[in-house]
Write a protein that binds this ligand. Structure first.
Ligand SMILES: CC(C)(COP(=O)(O)OP(=O)(O)OC[C@H]1O[C@@H](n2cnc3c(N)ncnc32)[C@H](O)[C@@H]1OP(=O)(O)O)[C@@H](O)C(=O)NCCC(=O)NCCS
Length: 188
């Protein structure tokens, strides 16, 4: 497995999106606290149930920026005009029997959806994971998160399991959970 410095090689990066916009992609930093809070405030109420953590709680964001450890969680943020417009993260443990795995999560600002941002973030995180010797990526999604399921399936992820009433959202409603895998050796 590589060292943190290797993971960060090449960042910040500039992406030119299909429609010509120029955005910056870089690892999350401590200084992003307020920008992140602002980003998550703009996520519609209806989408909050698709997110594992309560991102409306400032303590959650404070903990993320305080405990930054790129070897454990590598969060990439996409910035445009000084605002965060997307966040994608790679989660792993370097020790133990899951050391060959990493999970991926992604959120995109409503105003910047359907422009391929989530797909590019997943690809970027998969490239990093491959360089780090990770063998398999996985993601856990509520079965009613159609947008995310489409995105991950388009990147080659396959559903491998489904768990009944496995998620309890912030409104107290239960959802089924599906697990999707992408074996990096078979990645197109
Ligand atoms: C899921 C999410 C990240 C997608 O972001 P995005 O940047 O709009 O996704 P992309 O533009 O890369 O989409 C790629 C493909 O996925 C599919 N897709 C994306 N959004 C979709 C939707 N709402 N319904 C159906 N298919 C969708 C399309 O096939 C799309 O390709 P196309 O634009 O050529 O048609 C975004 O909707 C989001 O932030 N949702 C809330 C948070 C969430 O659910 N996160 C997942 C938890 S890990």
């Amino acid at each position: 497995m590589g060292k943190t410095a290797d993971i960060l090689t090449g960042f910040p990066k500039t992406w030119i999106l299909d429609y010509g916009a120029k955005v910056t992609v870089r690892p999350m930093a401590k200084e992003d606290r307020d920008k992140l809070a602002d980003f998550f405030k703009r996520i519609p109420e209806g989408d909050l149930r698709f997110l594992k953590d309560d991102v409306t709680d400032m303590r959650v964001i404070d903990q993320w920026v305080r405990d930054l450890n790129y070897d454990r969680v590598l969060p990439l943020v996409v910035e445009a005009d000084g605002r965060i417009i997307a966040d994608g993260s790679l989660h792993r443990r370097k020790e133990g029997w899951r050391r060959h795995l990493a999970s991926v999560r992604v959120v995109v600002d409503v105003a910047h959806r359907h422009k391929g941002l989530a797909s590019r973030l997943i690809d970027e995180l998969a490239d990093i994971a491959m360089k780090e010797g990770i063998e398999r990526l996985y993601t856990e999604l509520p079965t009613d998160d159609r947008a995310a399921i489409e995105v991950f399936q388009k990147r080659g992820f396959k559903q491998v399991a489904r768990f009944d009433r496995n998620l309890l959202d912030h409104t107290g409603k239960y959802h089924d959970l599906a697990v999707y895998h992408l074996d990096l050796a078979t990645r197109r």
